[in-house]
Ligand binder design. Structure first.
Ligand SMILES: *Cc1c(COP(=O)(O)O)cnc(C)c1O
Length: 364
């Protein structure tokens, strides 16, 4: 049996380092914020090529805090991809604003910049692209539109640790870049974790205050903030893993190259990478118009797969009252029916990748 993802594998690979990091925090007596979180913030900002990083509780909170720092609220609109994990939309509705979906470029599955203009209204405040599956969205036209219309850009980089756009790491292209360290992400904690990175000192400062009860000085509250702090134990785990992130990305690249080579003459649609993108293969997503049958056959052959994502946000019960009809976003709907994610991970072996290729070729 080949699982879709073995979440314990990264811990097993780095058990000694991670155990030591956790014990360092336990022994320190410092269990909220403090030196471990400060050090991770510095290291993560440096890795991303950003001036500032602020550690928060999870990726959804990173998005919510970014929007709050930009004063997005009721009456405002935020342009989001129609094809994304629902957290991107949940952040927008959590601050009382309205998500305005834009369809993807079907070759990359990322937001199609040529469709954004038509969605901009007088109420638009933010463009919120997602670097889906670890592949950067086409940022230059998005940044140009933002500049032209006086909008902010918040990036959802929850799947894109280390990805590069035109040679530059994701981390400071837009106003705020939001990260998740959920265990399955390319840089994952052993629990929840998140961060924002930014070159804007004003926004880093606002998010730092907002994540900690709106307080800079204990028991003095400037704004109605949240409790959304990165846990120091998770910060220590992330510090132990960060030096291995690029090695792990290389392994993901090798697996995706093997998949690409092994499946190139099948009738499946394989991931396509624009020349300016340097993706980190959080997921390897293929498309088939007989996806459900393919998934069932792979399962029978002992190959675990997953679907990212089976129901687009606008078709979720959670957003029934948004009034976006299912057929209004046909590309999101079609992708949800056709995508299939093959096994992928930094400890996933090329031997197993070859078995997956065999099984997919037999089933397809
Ligand atoms: C994982 C993820 C999030 C949310 O991160 P959490 O840490 O689980 O809150 C947001 N957006 C995308 C695209 C994600 O993949």
């Amino acid at each position: 049996m080949i699982p879709f993802l073995d979440l314990g594998a990264s811990y097993r690979e780095l058990k000694a380092e991670i155990d030591a990091a956790i014990h360092r925090v336990l022994d320190s007596g410092w269990y909220i914020l403090g030196p471990e979180v400060d050090a991770f913030e510095e290291e993560w900002a440096a890795y991303c090529g950003a001036n500032h990083a602020v550690g928060v509780a999870n990726g959804l909170d990173a998005l919510i805090l970014a929007l709050r720092a930009l004063d997005v609220g009721p009456g405002d609109e935020v342009i989001v991809p129609s094809n994304t994990f629902i957290a991107t939309w949940l952040a927008v509705t959590a601050v009382g604003a309205r998500p305005v979906p834009v369809e993807p470029d079907p070759t990359t599955h990322n937001i199609d910049p040529t469709r954004i203009s038509a969605a901009i209204t007088a109420a638009t405040k933010v463009l919120l692209p997602v670097h889906l599956y670890g592949q950067p969205a086409d940022l230059d036209p998005i940044l140009a539109l933002a500049h032209q219309h006086g909008l902010a850009v918040v990036e959802d980089a929850a799947q894109a640790h280390g990805a590069r756009y035109k040679g530059q790491r994701i981390g400071a292209h837009g106003d705020v870049v939001c990260w998740s360290f959920y265990p399955g992400k390319n840089l994952g904690a052993l629990g929840d974790g998140g961060a924002v990175t930014t070159n804007r000192a004003d926004l880093a400062d606002r998010i730092r205050v907002l994540r900690n009860y709106g307080s800079r000085v204990k028991y003095v509250n400037e704004v109605p903030g949240m409790n959304s702090r990165l846990d120091p134990i998770q910060a220590a785990v992330l510090r132990a893993k960060l030096p291995y992130l690029d090695v792990w990305t290389e392994r993901r690249r090798a697996i995706s190259a093997a998949y690409g080579e092994g499946l190139k003459d099948s009738d499946l649609i394989l991931p396509q990478v624009p020349g300016w993108a340097d993706p980190v293969w959080h997921l390897y997503v293929i498309r088939s118009d007989r996806r459900d049958e393919l998934q069932r056959r792979l399962s029978e052959a002992g190959v675990g797969t997953s679907i990212h994502y089976p129901i687009p946000p606008h078709m979720q019960a959670a957003y029934a009252d948004l009034g976006v009809p299912a057929e209004a976003l046909p590309l999101a709907r079609q992708l949800a029916a056709e995508v299939l994610s093959l096994p992928m991970g930094p400890q996933f072996s090329l031997v197993d990748a070859a078995k997956v290729i065999e099984a997919v070729r037999a089933a397809a």
